[in-house]
Design a protein around this ligand. Structure first.
Ligand code: UDP
Length: 330
């Protein structure tokens, strides 16, 4: 398939581009490089630098590339920032995505894969989370993703767009050959911060909250390897052949892992101690979020190849060792 990967220079998008190449598909990338890294996209992959708000430019790129499918990873994803600056999130995550969708319809491109999030569920009524549970986001980031899910449903009904919205749990890890990995500025995610603390490259890890109603008092999350996420995006292609398909899938391993368990895994994998400073809870953190991902397993035949935390951390550690300063392109 010819696939236009929007946000293909970012963390999850670049891993997906690599998987597309490895599985014989033909990706092209559209990215504005605000957060993406040019070095994360292989030189053999066509690259277009543009903003989604520039709908005419997006139309021109679609006309040039003629993709069968568009994958959309380009979004802002800092929960705290979305609370402080909601307009930034509504404009980028909603308005720009609507421009992309309108450009696609203008160019008669009707298959779409969307990066959604478990943040659309808010504080879940029960665990593990199944797709049919009510969605009630507790921050603007989650709300913008839910708004686009709803727009997609309407477009599937009205115009025969077929789409899959993947609700990611905690994307983590790096390409197993060390070529790609996580390089966010600023970095807020647990695993890269724990590794940076362990090697002395960053401050001690702040552990947010030790009094949660969980077995060890720290938050439970569902860490899912970024290459496993990518494989699901490719596994859904056949289902998108049906016009008007409206598909929603949780992507997680289903295994709850506490913050202390992640720290222990980092110490085991690196052989280093992670200096930790215990802090109060971080605002907006639900105590536990983990997926029931049986729908993706049954319907897409999707099986995570990294089902447990040590194997995920091992790939993040390999990335850190080969790229201690990330892509070093800023
Ligand atoms: N966390 C932490 N210290 C940090 C970063 C994260 O204790 O420096 C905790 C956070 O409170 C949450 C878990 O680690 O319980 C995962 O956080 P992350 O930001 O990686 O992902 P999120 O679950 O917020 O999407």
């Amino acid at each position: 398939m010819k696939v236009l990967v929007v946000g293909g220079a970012g963390y999850i998008g670049s891993h997906c581009v690599r998987q597309l190449v490895l599985t014989g598909h033909r990706p092209a990338v559209l990215d504005n490089l605000v957060f993406g890294h040019r070095a994360a996209v292989g030189s053999e992959v066509p690259f277009h630098q543009a903003d989604l708000g520039d709908e005419e430019a997006v139309c021109r790129i679609l006309a040039e590339e003629r993709p069968d499918v568009v994958m959309h990873f380009a979004a802002y994803a800092f929960v705290g920032e979305s609370v402080a600056d909601p307009l930034k999130y509504y404009f980028n995550n909603c308005v720009c995505t609507l421009h992309l969708l309108r450009a696609m319809l203008r160019q008669d491109v009707k298959r779409f894969v969307f990066s959604s999030t478990c943040a659309t569920y808010g504080v879940p009524q029960s665990l593990p989370i199944v797709e049919a549970m009510p969605q009630a986001p507790i921050n603007p980031y989650g709300q913008t993703k839910l708004d686009i899910e709803n727009a997609l449903k309407s477009l599937a009904h009205a115009q025969g767009l077929s789409f899959a919205a993947f609700r990611y749990f905690n994307a983590a890890g790096a390409a197993n050959d060390g070529s790609l990995g996580e390089d966010h500025i600023p970095e807020t995610h647990l695993i890269p911060l724990a590794i940076a603390a362990a090697v002395g490259q960053g401050p001690p890890l702040q552990l947010f909250g030790t009094d949660y109603p969980t077995p060890d008092g720290t938050c439970l999350r569902d860490y899912v390897h970024v290459d496993d996420l990518s494989r699901a995006h490719i596994a859904v292609f056949d289902a998108l052949a049906q016009p008007g398909a409206a598909l929603f899938y949780n992507l997680g391993t289903g295994t709850p892992t506490s913050v202390r368990e992640v720290i222990a895994a980092v110490e085991e994998v690196t052989g280093l101690r992670v200096p930790v400073i215990e802090q109060p809870r971080r605002a907006g953190d639900p105590p536990a979020l983990y997926a029931d991902a049986r729908k993706a397993r049954v319907e897409l035949g999707w099986t995570p190849e990294y089902p447990e935390i040590r194997s995920i951390v091992a790939t993040a550690w390999r990335w850190h060792q080969s790229h201690p300063r990330g892509y070093a392109d800023r």
